[in-house]
Design a protein around this ligand. Structure first.
Ligand code: DON
Length: 309
């Protein structure tokens, strides 16, 4: 028998379904072909219950949501102090792919913009890791967070790579600034970053990944400790201030949950000690966040009293 939570999740979906505002991301041709009507929601509790509704088995590329988890890996593999010497924690107020570094330190502003995410990808596995080892470590850890083996969407990867001038530019800028280490090839790092963004997930995977953050780094369904507790605190802090790009302030006041969005139209939210949530709807607002995704999160936060304050 289905519990009332399923009726509630369907209600959340139907509440936003008529909203056809926003546009599917157009800058990667494979994403531009995404079905804009897709709509899904999932909730995972820290005691291991997973509920979902709508297009909850439809897969899409994880995109920028991966940045939060790869930041955790960079910290685990290099220590927080070293990572902070390479990537800052301040909101940037600029677009996610902005070509700029902090004055003085030459660090990217934070790990959630592309410059910072390319830098954190380069740190995965520590100083001696090869490009293959970095890619495999990212795929392995994201899979363990989701509780199943994930795959890369090769079509998304190839499409992004065909038009990667801006990210390649960021890679070379980071190399010239000494943020990428001497023996790292910027092109290899950017390819690895694009591969990381191309990993396929559904909302159920994302809700479990978010619930792992909410559960102090322990996957609530498998019981495996995947992210050290200290890194979880750092990741959630940066998600709170930088996870929703330049609408972070609006998000924190309206929804009040540490979160991360991606251009394929997904958003995750993680509330420590309580819940991980994930929503998916491909049409984006002018800041790059899913329109119906933001509305669903706001409703969930209000109805379930999830706001941190
Ligand atoms: O770097 C890029 O352009 C994408 N692979 C990731 C972008 C992303 O999801 C930014 N988010 N809103």
């Amino acid at each position: 028998m289905k519990s009332p939570i399923y009726d509630y999740l369907h209600h959340v979906l139907e509440n936003v379904r008529p909203d056809a505002s926003g546009r599917v991301a157009g800058y990667i041709d494979v994403l531009a072909k995404a079905d804009p009507s897709r709509l899904a929601v999932a909730l995972a509790t820290v005691d291991g219950h997973l509920y979902s509704a709508g297009d909850d088995t439809v897969e899409f590329s994880i995109q920028s949501i991966s940045k939060a988890f790869v930041y955790a890996l960079a910290i685990e593999d290099n220590g927080l102090e070293y990572v902070l010497s390479k990537v800052g924690v301040e909101p940037s107020g600029d677009a996610f792919n902005h070509l700029s570094l902090q004055k003085g330190s030459h660090r990217p502003m934070n790990p959630m913009i592309n410059a910072g995410a390319i830098a954190t990808h380069s740190l995965v596995g520590g100083p001696s890791a090869t490009a293959e080892e970095r890619a495999e470590r990212v795929l392995d850890v994201l899979s363990r967070l989701a509780g199943r083996r994930l795959q890369v969407d090769e079509a998304v990867y190839e499409a992004e790579l065909r038009d990667a001038n801006r990210n390649m530019g960021l890679g070379y800028m980071l190399k010239a600034a000494g943020i990428l280490s001497r023996d790292v090839d910027p092109q290899e790092v950017v390819k690895g970053y694009i591969r990381q963004c191309s990993i396929k997930v559904n909302v159920r995977d994302l809700a479990l990944m978010a619930a792992t953050l909410g559960n102090g780094g322990v996957n609530p369904t498998t019981g495996e400790e995947i992210i050290p507790h200290d890194s979880v605190r750092q990741v959630l802090s940066v998600m709170t201030t930088c996870g929703m790009y330049d609408s972070a302030g609006d998000w924190v006041s309206r929804v009040g949950i540490p979160a991360k969005s991606g251009v394929s139209g997904a958003i995750i939210g993680a509330l420590p000690g309580q819940i991980g949530l994930a929503v998916f709807s491909p049409r984006l607002d002018d800041k790059g966040n899913s329109v119906r995704g933001v509305s669903m999160c706001e409703k969930l936060s209000t109805d379930m009293g999830l706001h941190m304050m």
